[in-house]
Every structure is written in C-alpha cells, then in structure tokens.
Design a protein around this ligand. Structure first.
Ligand SMILES: CC[C@@H](C(=O)O)C(=O)SCCNC(=O)CCNC(=O)[C@H](O)C(C)(C)COP(=O)(O)OP(=O)(O)OC[C@H]1O[C@@H](n2cnc3c(N)ncnc32)[C@H](O)[C@@H]1OP(=O)(O)O
Ligand SMILES: [Co+2]
Length: 133
C-alpha cells in the first residue's frame, strides 16, 4: 500500500456540496463521473497532493444511500493507492481482513477498486485503488 489515493465523502447533493468544496479549495471539481454499478455520482477535487471524492447516491440501494440514512453526511471511506491490487488482496486475505470483492471492479477516475469490510478495520471502510494503465 502506498499513499492515500482519496478520501470519499458521502453527501446528500453533489450540486450543493460542489459549491461548498469549490469555496473551500478555491477551485472547481476537475471531474464528475457516474458509476452506475455502485449507484453513485461522484465529483473529484484536488487540494495540493490530496484528492477528495464526493459521493451522491443515485438509487435507494446504493451504499451511499444506506450510509446517509444511518450516519448522515461525512467521511465514508479512505482509499489507498496500490501497485498490484491482486497481490494486495492475497496478502490482506492471509492477514484475516474481510475482502468485500476479491475480483477488482471498475471504480471512478480510471481505477480498479477493492473494498475491505469496515467491521474488520476499526469501523473504517477501506478502498484499494490501482490505476488502469
Ligand atoms: C465511485 C466508485 C468508487 C471509487 O472509485 O472510489 C467508490 O468509492 S464507490 C463507494 C460506494 N461503494 C461502496 O461503499 C462499496 C463497498 N461497501 C459495501 O459493500 C457496503 O456498503 C458495506 C460496507 C458492506 C455495508 O453494507 P450493508 O451491510 O448492506 O450496509 P448496512 O447499512 O447494513 O451496514 C452494515 C454495518 O456496516 C456499517 N457501515 C456501512 N458502511 C460503512 C462505512 N462506509 N463506514 C463505516 N461503517 C459502515 C453500518 O453502519 C452497519 O454497522 P452496524 O449498524 O453497527 O451493524
Ligand atoms: Co472511493
């Protein structure tokens, strides 16, 4: 695992939160993307070397809709950049982590992603990201 790739924040409205984060960072999102398989619409902000992913639910079964219902808006996950996502899955499985999808899936911003269950990581949902080359 290398650096933090992004921090995911669950929001009720991308439209509203885009304005807020644009004021915070002094620049607009560099990208907006829908990931239908996850039931989310996302926008991405860079602040120096740090990347923030805002996530709005696109349907009531989306993990983001469920999260907003239970916990409200806030930090939803921390994503780490990895060199070889399949190797990391094997390593973390051996260490006893609960892998939510052993087969990497297509995420946003040109990444393959795997999630670890928050119950095994002190209540924090962890995402692994490998850039698609
Ligand atoms: C845009 C694509 C991608 C990217 O490229 O960056 C993304 O970031 S997509 C982000 C959205 N996708 C996901 O989150 C996929 C992985 N998540 C899941 O598979 C599920 O959300 C889950 C973590 C397995 C939970 O699902 P489920 O068990 O169906 O939901 P519950 O609401 O019943 O929650 C059970 C339990 O887990 C706690 N929980 C849920 N989400 C989180 C979270 N993000 N962080 C911490 N804890 C979380 C929830 O509070 C429940 O706890 P208890 O009430 O104590 O049982
Ligand atoms: Co993410």
């Amino acid at each position: 695992m290398r650096k933090i790739e992004h921090i995911g924040i669950a929001v009720k409205s991308l439209e509203v939160s885009n304005v807020l984060f644009e004021k915070l960072f002094g620049q607009p999102p560099y990208k907006e993307e829908e990931v239908a398989s996850e039931g989310v619409k996302t926008s991405f902000f860079m602040n120096g070397p740090n990347k923030i992913e805002l996530l709005e639910a696109t349907n009531p079964d989306s993990p983001i809709a469920k999260f907003l219902e239970k916990k409200g808006e806030g930090i939803h996950h921390i994503a780490f950049d990895v060199n070889d996502i399949n190797e990391e899955v094997i390593r973390l499985k051996k260490e006893g982590f609960v892998i939510l999808n052993e087969i990497p899936k297509k995420g946003a911003d040109n990444k393959l992603v795997v999630f670890l269950h928050p119950k095994g990581t002190n209540g924090v949902l962890i995402e692994l990201c490998q850039e698609i080359k």
